[in-house]
Design a protein around this ligand. Structure first.
Ligand code: ADP
Ligand code: ZN
Length: 716
């Protein structure tokens, strides 16, 4: 078999065409990093593997080229809720897409099959179990497959963290569709896993793209868990009425925290595997639809959730690895607006996770412990959190100060003379013969005269009372910092001992720095967005409009327009549809569906006043009218916008059709009717419209007749 090589498209024109699609369909003005290259690979039919972090914009990498290439793209995705979410979003943007998965309502599946039979779809999403290779061709009917996209591609690799055996069959898709190119997308792939994906999928000379794992809009904070609920409430207060996720390690804690928040008047629901599925679905739906601000959950929550406007993620306990942390905190701020991640941690969490793992095979425990150690060290680090996190993913952060973590934004301050403080603690541990735990050591250092200490005559030690006057919380936290930095170790029953590194401090060979972590970090992250308080109020008003529109259309509010779009609306205050069309996230379809209610709310009006217009005034509106016609805005809306009567706008439309040389009347006239009118016009000796209108029993308006006539003339 010989294959013709794909025609080489100039990359500049591909770039422009893709940008056009981005603007028309999604209302975005620019590519996110690597999207351009990823989309170009698809346009050039070159296999590819794209590794971008959560929120990096992977789905657009295959959606946009799918619209530009002839035929239909097959998208394989393992999470049904995400798949449905994407299809719903595509529909919102006016794209023909469908999905097939098991457990789907019959009627819905039937509609998709109908669309397949008519070869109408640009994208078909399939869940892995729907990819029964034997009858796939038949299922697709006359639809030609342009390319195959494998989402969550790491599931094919046993080295990854989420291996799914059913992914292994996708390699054979190549044989079923030899003409289709193939592309993998994932957020979690070390270099080792990337190579494995390439091998397992049998990608041919693929373009491998790896994005940065930095999430510049996320502010990171980690704090000891003392007074956890107070600290939590402080975070929540920074985000009034905004969506947030709070992760807890145990189910019990999940319920307790949700209760505490509710009692304080916050709008929070619990979510964990112990709830029945109805309750879980209800909580999830309520969160997605902006009816509940906060979800308190175990870490399973969020897997199938695309909500882009989550403003904060709080971990009430330490995550079990930096990978988990990256993924979970990454659910904040997918829309690119400011968001924050806060971890409340304690050494106790390390013990809890170890207990959870205690039944696992030794090899797995070893790996899990290594993950825990790294996570614990990150929590207690005194350097920039972002650069440490990136270092873990083999990336180097280019600046010394990220200005977006507790350390870089001047959060915790070093304890005065902290090296001496550290020496006092370490020598006390020595004097206590390395046989006592943190609480006891703290009491001795603070000069406690409690019974046990007197009985052991530890009040006679030279280190007794060395940290007299310091709070218990502070001393305990310093001990924790020394342990996290491996100057101290904790053995049986928590008994502290001085490590080799610790000895270097006692001998002044190394300097210890302790941070004051008992006071809250001096500075939190900047408030989300940079709206003035008036703008904030306006934003809330638009948010309410969005919620109504979403309820009307039965979609989550973020599918109507994202927060970033609403921010732009309140800042730029578009006056009309043309200005509105320039707002981020407003494509042609959304302009039609949503611009007017938002404009009305923004300008707080019911309908605009009508004036008498002169001929000159009508003529002056022509360029604006043309621009709106280009955007496919319906006639009535154009008339309202420009303050013209319907019949005045009609004149502009017929000349628009003539000037633009348009030949397709079905943009304005239903297809059947257009065909009938056309037939009558072709029969007509003189092209006079009145007899034709009569012949059609007045089912067509004069405008419709004129439109079809103009199009017909353009065809010659
Ligand atoms: P991922 O699948 O990589 O986690 P998504 O594809 O869900 O990320 O994209 C995250 C969010 O970013 C979505 O709301 C998406 O519409 C938005 N987005 C994607 N590409 C762009 C872009 N070029 N400009 C603006 N927003 C974008
Ligand atoms: Zn930093």
């Amino acid at each position: 078999m010989t294959a013709t090589p794909p025609a080489k498209t100039s990359s500049a024109s591909t770039h422009q065409a893709l940008l056009g699609t981005l603007k028309d369909i999604w209302g975005y003005d620019e590519f996110r990093p690597l999207q351009d290259q990823a989309m170009t690979a698809v346009m050039q039919k070159r296999d590819s593997l794209v590794v971008l972090p959560t929120g990096g914009g992977k789905s657009l990498c295959f959606q946009a080229p799918a619209l530009r290439r002839p035929g239909m793209a097959l998208i394989i995705s393992p999470l049904i809720s995400l798949m449905r979410d994407q299809v719903m979003q595509l529909h919102r943007s006016g794209v023909e897409a469908g999905c097939l998965h098991s457990g789907q309502p019959q009627e819905e599946a039937w509609e998709v099959r109908q669309a397949l039979a008519e070869a109408r779809l640009k994208l078909l999403y399939l869940s892995p179990e729907r990819v029964a290779l034997d009858d796939l061709r038949q299922l697709l009917g006359p639809s030609e497959v342009s390319f195959i996209a494998i989402d969550e591609a790491h599931c094919i690799s046993m080295w990854g963290h989420d291996f799914r055996p059913e992914y292994r069959q996708f390699r054979e898709l190549r044989e079923v569709f030899p003409e289709a190119d193939m592309h993998g997308y994932t957020a979690t792939a070390t270099r080792e896993v990337s190579q494995d994906i390439v091998d397992q999928l049998g990608l041919r000379d693929p373009l491998v793209l790896r994005g940065s794992f930095d999430r510049p809009n996320i502010h990171y904070t980690a704090m000891p868990r003392k007074r956890a609920v107070d600290k939590l409430i402080e975070v929540v207060r920074r985000h009034p009425g905004q969506p947030g996720i709070i992760y807890c390690i145990s189910r019990k804690e999940t319920d307790r925290v949700a209760d505490q928040l509710s009692q304080k008047g916050f709008d929070a629901l619990p979510y964990h595997a112990g709830k029945d599925s109805e309750e879980r679905i209800a909580a999830q739906e309520s969160f997605i639809n902006d009816r509940t601000d906060i979800i308190v959950a175990t870490t399973a929550f969020g897997m199938g959730i695309n909500k882009p406007d989550v403003r904060f993620v709080v971990h009430m306990g330490m995550p079990k690895s930096l990978e988990n942390f990256q993924q979970e905190s990454g659910r904040a701020g997918r829309d690119g607006l400011p968001a924050e991640s806060v971890v409340l941690h304690s050494y106790q969490d390390v013990m809890t996770w170890k207990l959870v793992m205690s039944e696992a095979p030794p090899e797995m425990q070893r790996i899990a412990n290594a993950h825990l150690d790294k996570m614990y060290a990150w929590c207690n680090a005194t350097e920039c959190r972002r650069s440490l996190l990136l270092k873990h993913f083999d990336e180097r952060y280019p600046a010394d100060n990220c200005r977006h973590c507790d350390h870089c934004s001047g959060g915790f301050v070093p304890v005065p003379d902290s090296h001496t403080v550290a020496q006092k603690i370490l020598s006390c541990v020595k004097r206590l013969d390395e046989a006592h735990n943190a609480a006891y050591t703290t009491d001795v250092l603070r000069g406690s005269k409690r019974r046990a200490i007197l009985d052991a005559e530890h009040d006679k030690l030279s280190t007794h009372g060395l940290l007299h006057g310091e709070s218990r919380e502070a001393v305990e936290d310093w001990i924790e910092q020394l342990r996290a930095n491996e100057f101290l170790a904790a053995g049986e029953g928590g008994a502290l001992s001085v490590t080799r590194r610790g000895w270097e401090i006692l001998r002044n060979r190394k300097i210890a720095i302790l941070m004051d972590r008992t006071s809250k970090p001096a500075k939190g992250p900047e408030a989300s967005g940079d709206l003035t308080s008036d703008q904030q109020q306006e934003f809330e008003r638009l948010r309410a409009v969005r919620k109504e529109l979403a309820a009307r259309d039965k979609v989550p509010p973020y599918m109507v327009l994202g927060d970033r779009s609403l921010h732009e609306i309140v800042k730029r205050r578009p006056k009309n549809l043309i200005e509105f069309s320039r707002i981020h996230g407003v494509g042609k379809r959304k302009l039609n569906d949503y611009a007017e209610p938002f404009l009305d709310a923004l300008w707080q009006r019911q309908s605009r006043p009508r004036f008498h217009r002169s001929e000159a005034e009508i003529a002056a509106k022509k360029p604006d009218a043309y621009e709106l016609f280009d955007l496919n805005v319906p006639l009535e809306a154009v008339a309202r916008q420009l303050g013209l009567e319907n019949r005045e706008i009609e004149r502009h439309l017929t000349s628009y059709i003539r000037d633009r040389g348009l030949t397709d009347a079905t943009l304005w006239v239903p297809t059947d009717l257009a065909e009938e009118i056309e037939a009558e016009l072709e029969e007509s000796p003189d092209g006079r419209l009145a007899p034709i209108k009569k012949a059609l029993n007045h089912r067509a308006t004069y405008l419709q007749l004129r439109i079809v006539q103009a199009c017909l003339r353009n065809r010659g």
